[in-house]
Design a protein around this ligand. Structure first.
Ligand code: NAD
Length: 351
């Protein structure tokens, strides 16, 4: 065995009901006195409770999925106008993404308080959208200095969003088995992430206001993001990235729909990943394990339900092909990619 693995330096505080105390301590640790709170309008209440002990100078609530450039510019202007020295973001991946866009040009430190399972808080990846094109990049300045995980903040995350977001996290784990920089550490984290999500998500569906399922899912989502940050984007993320940016599809739901198709596509040529994923699911095969979980969760099945047109598919194939990782376990060609996308579009059984 021989590998190089780079871990990202950040503090991670995990405790239900402890976000307000933990955020205050992390802001204090940074020595910050002028904090900008970034949280969407619907997460304002959560954000206020979590930042009650923090020297807040401005609340900013213009959060838009995939961070349009003009939205980022306005948030940067607000940060400059209020001379802020730190950002606390409270929300899902879109909110964390906006905080990252501000940090990218200002270097301001971020304390992230995630309220979905998207995992952006644990990566140094930023994303901005201009026109219909989403650009992403890697920059150490956008990595939050600290993450405060508090599962009690997620008790109100609707079940359908919890399922889609949880499967987004699961997709980080699955893609981390074969992504370009995947190493044995990533695969170990991803396997434990799948196990935790497999235990937690059905509990979230059965009892959305129960803490145990929420904690398992959040712990799994963190592991998933750490694995993904190191392993990079595999075929699954490349497909979802293009679809999300070009057709403005909802992020988590797109991941949830595409994942079983990429898994079925790759496992015949990825025997080690197949064994690890099956074991993490405690199932006879990886595909069977994911199918069982998706049935339990009543997961979304078809991209056409989210506005993608059949006529969009040839253009999507064309846009995805050049970004497919060269060493994807199953070689990708225009025909098999078109079949995969069509199956995901119509909601056919993954093969
Ligand atoms: P989101 O942040 O857009 O949130 C989805 C919905 O859930 C919103 O309507 C939001 O108001 C609501 N919501 C969030 N938390 C809630 C709570 N606790 N209770 C009730 N409602 C709540 O969606 P997302 O899937 O979390 O994030 C998607 C974005 O994150 C995409 O733009 C994606 O590209 C980005 N992302 C980036 C990375 C990265 O590493 N840079 C990783 C994952 C996702």
């Amino acid at each position: 065995m021989r590998f190089e693995h780079e871990g990202l330096a950040q503090r991670v505080l995990f405790g239900s009901g402890e976000a307000a105390r933990a955020v205050a301590e992390e802001v204090e640790r940074l020595g910050s006195r002028r904090v900008m709170v970034v949280a969407g309008a619907s997460e304002r209440g959560l954000a206020e409770s979590v930042t009650a002990g923090v020297p807040v100078v401005v609340h900013h609530d213009e959060v838009v999925m995939h961070v349009p450039v003009e939205v980022a510019e306005r948030a940067r202007a607000v940060a400059a106008a209020h001379d802020v020295d730190a950002i606390v973001c409270v929300g899902g991946g879109s909110t964390t993404g906006l905080a990252k866009a501000v940090a990218l040009t200002t270097g301001l430190p971020i304390v992230a308080v995630p309220t979905t399972y998207a995992g952006s808080e644990a990566t140094n990846v930023w994303g901005l959208t201009e026109g219909a094109k989403k650009t992403t990049g890697v920059d150490g300045r956008v990595l939050p200095r600290a993450i405060v995980y508090d599962a009690s903040l997620m008790l109100g995350l609707p079940v359908a969003m919890s399922v889609a977001s949880g499967l987004n996290a699961l997709a980080h784990c699955v893609d981390s088995m074969w992504a370009p920089r995947a190493d044995p550490i990533d695969r170990a984290l991803a396997g434990e992430g799948i196990r935790a999500l497999r235990i937690g998500l059905p509990q979230v569906v059965a009892d959305p206001r129960g803490l145990e399922g929420r904690e398992y899912a959040l712990y799994g989502a963190y592991l998933a993001a750490v694995a993904f940050a190191s392993a990079g984007s595999g075929l699954h993320h490349k497909i979802c990235h293009v679809l999300g940016g070009r057709y403005d599809l909802p992020h988590a739901q797109t991941h949830a729909v595409v994942l079983p198709h990429v898994l079925a596509f790759n496992v015949p040529n990825a025997p080690e990943a197949e064994r690890r994923i099956a074991a993490a699911f405690d199932a006879a095969s990886a595909v069977e394990g994911l199918r069982r979980l998706r049935t339990e969760l009543d997961a979304p099945t078809a991209l056409r339900d989210y506005g993608l047109q059949e006529a969009d598919l040839p253009g999507a194939v064309e846009a995805i092909l050049p970004v497919v990782p060269a060493d994807n376990p199953t070689p990708v060609d225009p025909d098999n990619l078109a079949r995969l996308l069509h199956a995901a579009w119509e909601g056919a059984d993954p093969r």
